[in-house]
Design a binder for this molecule. Structure first.
Ligand code: SF4
Length: 476
């Protein structure tokens, strides 16, 4: 039996919204950015004849998409907490355009709240919990819903919750996502400010050993065991990716923490050196010098590093499992080896005070990553941070409002000693005090002089960044 004609859709929502099919924290960013919809590309690679559409990255609206609703028998929409209401409206419009279309939702939001999600819109027939690759493959193969593990579905007025889906253990059994990228995506659509353009990102493993209380994926879909593909399988996919996309300047390994298994990371790096590719990955600020050197010597360009804060007490509060002194040494090692760092920080985590905000800004200026990203603490349902915020009464009136009407992050947490407004203002101050320093301005200007392309790109991003800052000021 041939599979159902299946559409995988990252739905249109806010203008420029970087949604959850590849983005950990779904929001419109300071500068136009999109991660690849890798979570959707994976099941799309397992359903022959399917199509993946990433509407925000392509700039497609609901009106653009509705004419194709009649071409499909099954639509799988990736949703997130900030975009859920809008995604449900897209599902309803698709159902109205094609009443025979079966519609399912996937993503951490429905994994955490399956019942409420199904009750929110009768256009949604089922939601997939846990990892959903094989779940969707079975539904597309026409299996009756009652026999599919890992879903909750509508049966008349009742909501039925099937038994959980087993976690994927054999990661090498999953087909390459880059085949779907080549088939369905325009890779030039994908911009991330600190990555070379065009880039391609993929996961070589799922799950993270750390237990950071705010972090969404390991607490909802990925778990705390780092399940990995073999170095040989990673090598083969990158070799294929290089021939499919000769224009690509950089590959990014978007595993939660690629450096969680250092012997494996080093083995992959050594294999990749045969391909002479440039690559980058996520890391915690605790990788020893010897390993950094092996990675750098074999093509590593940039590390995306979650520092989160300059306060050891806050690191302890959020169970980050890192130390400020080790993060300092790690950063010095990266500078010495010529590894670029994009550092990420969060304002408003438990324990934040006016003093810790200032010490985090001072810490970031001192260790001086090449670029930074500052986010607001986002209590996603399903995380320890959400439970804590609920118990302590830190949530605002709309507990799940993580972004404003423009899709930009808003502070959902407010403390008796530090208001949501102060936390938001700290984000803007952080950016200004980090970037508007003579040394940083000179560094950025020097980078712009490396090529015309970089000049154009940084100018565009600079304009977007100023608009973002002034937009925040106007809203404050
Ligand atoms: S180390 Fe990073 S990916 Fe892992 S739980 Fe912490 S924030 Fe999440």
């Amino acid at each position: 039996m041939s599979p159902l004609k299946t559409l995988f859709l990252n739905p249109p929502s806010y203008e420029g919204f970087d949604g959850g099919a590849g983005s950990r924290y779904q929001a419109r960013r300071e500068i136009r950015s999109f991660w690849y919809p890798t979570w959707l590309a994976q099941p799309a690679a397992m359903v022959p004849g399917s199509r993946l559409i990433d509407a925000p990255a392509r700039g497609l609206t609901l009106e653009d998409l509705l004419p194709i609703a009649g071409d499909y028998e099954l639509a799988v929409l990736h949703t997130s907490t900030p975009s859920f209401r809008s995604d449900a409206r897209v599902a309803e419009a698709f159902r109205d355009a094609n009443p025979r279309l079966r519609i399912g939702f996937v993503g951490a939001h429905v994994a955490v709240s399956p019942e409420a999600s199904l009750r929110a819109s009768d256009a949604i027939e089922f939601v997939a919990r846990e990892e959903f690759d094989y779940t969707i493959q079975e539904i597309a193969q026409g299996r009756p819903l009652e026999s599919v593990d890992g879903i909750s579905y509508r049966a008349g007025d009742r909501i039925v919750h099937n038994r959980p889906r087993a976690i994927v253990e054999n990661m090498d059994a999953l087909p390459f996502v880059t085949d779907v990228y080549a088939r369905d995506l325009v890779i030039e659509d994908y911009f991330i400010g600190y990555l070379l353009h065009p880039y391609v990102s993929l996961y070589t493993g799922r799950g993270c050993r750390s237990r950071c209380t705010f972090c969404l994926w390991p607490q909802t879909v990925g778990g705390h065991r780092y399940r990995t593909r073999s170095p040989q399988s990673v090598f083969e996919e990158i070799a294929l990716g290089r021939s499919s996309f000769p224009q690509v300047k950089e590959f990014f390994f978007d595993d939660d923490t690629f450096t969680d298994d250092l012997p494996r990371a080093e083995a992959i790096a050594r294999l990749l050196s045969r391909l002479s590719v440039t690559w980058s990955c996520n890391a915690k600020p605790n990788v020893p010098y010897e390993s950094l050197k092996v990675l750098k010597d074999n093509g590593l360009r940039l590390l995306l590093v979650g520092y989160e804060t300059g306060s050891q007490q806050i690191l302890n509060n959020i169970r980050k499992g890192t130390r400020i002194d080790i993060a300092r040494r790690f950063t010095e090692d990266c500078h010495r080896l010529g590894i670029t760092i994009h550092g990420t920080f969060i304002m408003g985590l438990p324990g934040e005070t006016r003093e810790t905000i200032e010490s985090t800004i001072a810490f970031a200026r001192e260790i001086n990553p090449h670029t930074i990203q500052v986010s607001l603490a986002a209590p996603y349902p399903g995380t320890e941070l959400f439970r804590q915020a609920q118990e302590q009464g830190w949530l605002g009136r709309e507990a799940e409002a993580l972004v404003g009407e423009d899709g930009i992050q808003i502070s959902a947490i407010t403390y008796p000693h530090l208001t949501a407004g102060e936390i938001s203002a700290a984000l803007e101050r952080f950016y200004r005090r980090f970037y508007f320093r003579p040394t940083k301005v000179a560094e950025m200007a020097a980078e712009m002089l490396t090529s015309r392309e970089m000049m154009k790109r940084r100018l565009r991003e600079g304009i977007e960044f100023f608009r973002f800052l002034s937009g925040r000021e106007a809203r404050a």
